[in-house]
Design a protein around this ligand. Structure first.
Ligand SMILES: N[C@@H](CCC(=O)N[C@@H](CS)C(=O)NCC(=O)O)C(=O)O
Length: 226
């Protein structure tokens, strides 16, 4: 059996959860763990100069930046391709992932940091919510008619978008907003369906459990030595 991949991180991070989903879909063995000494240790800086998760180790290959790692995982085997080969379908799939990462997750992270009091900069929460609404509107526009985010097959877009939607709905619930998805029909339908998907469901469940630990004040910060 091939040696397991190592994913450094915790499942609460949508960037990390995306790699877990991709590894599961591709049928790769993986272990998910925090690095010894935490992510701010000199040893971890050698793996990722930004001292962030995720990092992937696969034999002699070490990578950071989740979007790059996802491309690597997909290229590693021809089985269950996450990115369609054609220029149009491939870029559509990548666009959904990029919109979710850049325009939905970023404001959602700011909301969580504001709530936890961990933001390094002052947060104008009204603007952050406006940005999130804009991001969700854009996601609604780029989503393809389902059942999956980019069409009829599970893809990179699902690996990225489904953990981000979990994180975003949980973050906004924490702000007592029960339905951030609102009147966005494609997004609403997609979110309902992907939560029942057999690959995504356990990952989203693990994310929820960790999110609940965080809201209960029981999750150590990323900087804590694990
Ligand atoms: N662009 C990076 C973002 C990674 C990132 O921001 N990770 C967060 C967790 S969600 C992190 O490690 N935060 C800890 C810190 O910044 O100290 C990627 O896609 O991998």
């Amino acid at each position: 059996m091939a040696k397991a991949l190592t994913i450094y991180g915790r499942i609460i991070s949508p960037y990390v959860a995306a790699l877990v989903l991709a590894s599961k879909r591709k049928g790769f063995n993986y272990e998910l763990m925090m690095p010894k000494g935490g992510i701010k240790s000199p040893a971890y800086y050698k793996l990722n100069p930004f001292a962030k998760v995720p990092v992937l180790k696969d034999g002699t290959t070490t990578l950071y930046e989740s979007a790059v790692i996802l491309e690597y995982l997909d290229a590693k085997s021809k089985i269950k391709k996450l990115i369609p080969e054609s220029a149009a379908a491939g870029s559509q799939t990548r666009l959904i992932a990029a919109v979710a990462n850049e325009y939905v997750l970023r404001p959602a992270i700011k909301i969580v940091q504001h709530k936890r009091g961990t933001s390094k900069e002052p947060v104008d929460i009204k603007t952050v919510f406006q940005d999130l609404e804009k991001g969700l509107n854009a996601l609604e526009r780029v989503l393809v008619k389902g059942p999956f985010a980019a069409g009829s097959r599970f893809s990179l877009a699902d690996c990225v978008a489904s953990p981000i939607l979990l994180f975003t709905t949980a973050a906004t619930n924490w702000y007592d907003i029960s339905d951030i998805i609102g009147k966005r029909p494609k997004l609403k339908k997609y979110w309902a369906a992907i939560q029942k998907n057999k690959l995504a469901k356990p990952v989203l469940k693990d994310m929820t459990a960790m999110f609940n630990l965080m809201t209960a004040g029981k999750l150590p910060p990323w900087s804590a030595v694990q």
